[in-house]
Design a protein around this ligand. Structure first.
Ligand code: TOD
Ligand code: ZN
Ligand code: ZN
Length: 464
């Protein structure tokens, strides 16, 4: 059931409901909050926190139930030092509070978290999204649904709805954004025998039907006619047909900017004849369509929110990377749809082969910007760890815009270099290029490879 969100000028001193969650900074910085808590819940409260050894460290969560009054449940969330507090910490604190409140049986929750120095709309969005996403439970593959606690109403304390139209709008947009995020997560979590290239095409068809978007799905023969030899080389080892998916959102008024979202859609990556090994990687390779899940989720949100002025194209060259008598040989040379020849020195560097033809196709649409999302290299994970995505762009302005969106939207991005000298690593004696460079700098050569399939003027073109 939908969760209702409200803003309220109430504070932790005045709000009444089932559960109240209060963020507390560590040490000195938390003193005013502790004083306010004592004023509201009695002078014994600080001693009780001391007894439970609540130190307000980040991630610390203390639930005090049956306070004998309303709110019946007080959830204290440790926030650590104020210096480290931003949108990401706000999301984590909100998620912890929501789960604790729902588990306590509360129907409504008052959230008192520090919002000083944060943009009201971005903070409201962060909280509304964190509540919904933290309470989501994936029951699709359970034989019997397990009961999952939820909340009916969440009140964001200290935000003035009427006075801040942007915060109100952000809260209104949260359900559509969360539906997109949940769709992406469901696609990523679903197993590879369920999320096939056809299933990705079906998902795009559902979005198109539900929200009135345009959909074109190119079959193998259509891709052959367009000369997509790079993408089709990856798909040829699978018994499942490739699906090249092009979903388009057109705004009702004037089009001011055009954006292309490209996502890697490998519904399973065995590595091909450069086979992945057990224990380290192969069991996880249903996740190799994460980029396509992200862009499908984004389109689901865009389709519902209907932003003005921007036309958005989503392109996913979906297929599986499998082994069979018909699979591509290591060492094969193929030709992409821009005429470039590629020596496939590693069949496991297949994502870039599919993206090459997807980027050529996207370039032909003449967008103002292309944003490509992909689970492309382990080297990027080695460089940045599990929680930060690498970002490569020749455009400082686009990179800055994406970094800022990531900061507010809860996606950590880090800009990486497109070091031209590393192109050396992709030289082939026979073909125009190889698909795989040396292991050092492996994520950078992957980005340099992709750059060769993007029309040269896109990064420097108009505005975005
Ligand atoms: C690589 C170019 C691509 C491949 C990637 C993939 C690796 C994996 C996990 C660290 C490796 O050492 O073989 C790396 C390093 C962690 N493999 C990759 O990065 C062959 O996983 O298959 N993309 O399609
Ligand atoms: Zn691979
Ligand atoms: Zn892959």
């Amino acid at each position: 059931m939908a969760i209702a969100f409200h803003c309220s000028t109430d504070s932790l001193r005045t709000w009444s409901g089932d559960a109240l969650a209060v963020g507390v900074f560590a040490g000195e910085a938390g003193e005013t909050t502790r004083t306010a808590l004592a004023a509201r819940f009695g002078a014994a409260l600080p001693a009780r926190l001391e007894q439970r050894r609540f130190r307000a460290k980040p991630g610390e969560c203390l639930v005090l139930e049956r306070l004998g009054e309303t709110p019946a449940t007080l959830v204290l969330i440790g926030l650590g030092e104020p210096a480290g507090f931003g949108y990401e910490q706000l999301r984590h604190a909100t998620a912890a509070a929501s789960k604790a409140a729902a588990a306590s049986g509360a129907q409504n929750l008052g959230l008192a978290l520090p919002l000083e120095g944060l943009d009201a709309a971005a903070a409201a969005a962060a909280m509304a999204e964190a509540v919904r996403l933290s309470l989501y439970a994936d029951q699709r593959f359970k034989g019997e649904a397990e009961p999952t606690p939820g909340l009916n109403e969440v009140v964001l304390l200290g935000l003035v709805a009427g006075a801040d139209a942007a915060a109100t709008a952000a809260i209104a947009a949260a359900p559509a954004l969360c539906s997109g995020v949940e769709l992406a997560r469901e696609l990523v979590a679903a197993p590879p025998n369920v999320v096939t290239p056809q299933a990705l095409a079906d998902t795009a068809a559902t979005i198109a039907r539900d929200f009135g978007l345009e959909l074109k799905v190119l079959e193998r023969a259509d891709c052959e006619a367009l000369g997509m030899g790079s993408y089709l080389a990856v798909a040829q080892g699978s018994d499942l047909a490739p699906k090249f998916i092009h979903l388009t959102y057109r705004p009702s008024g004037e089009v001011k900017r055009r954006l292309a979202l490209v996502g890697k859609g490998l519904t399973f990556d065995s590595g091909g004849y450069n086979l992945k090994t057990a224990g380290s990687q192969i069991e996880m390779m249903k996740y190799d369509m994460g980029g396509s899940a992200a862009v499908l989720g984004a389109m689901r949100a865009i389709a519902e929110l209907k932003p003005a002025g921007v036309e958005v194209h989503m392109i996913v060259a979906a297929c599986e990377n499998m082994i069979s008598g018909g699979a591509i040989h290591p060492g094969a040379i193929v030709t992409a749809s821009n005429g470039k020849t590629i020596e496939i020195n590693n069949t496991d560097a297949e994502g870039r082969l599919t993206l090459a033809d997807a980027l050529v196709y996207a370039s032909k649409l003449e967008p103002d910007a292309i944003v490509d999302l992909a689970t492309l290299t382990g080297a990027c994970v080695i460089a940045l760890g599990e929680e930060i995505a690498g970002l490569w762009s020749p455009s400082d302005a686009l990179a800055a815009a994406l970094l800022q969106a990531g900061e507010q939207g809860g996606e950590n991005l880090w800009r990486m270099p497109l070091r031209a000298a590393y192109r050396e690593g992709l030289k082939s004696g026979l073909a125009d290029m190889k698909n795989t460079g040396p292991r050092p700098g492996g994520s950078i050569t992957a980005a340099l490879f992709l750059q060769d399939f993007v029309a040269k003027d896109i990064a420097t073109r108009r505005r975005f």
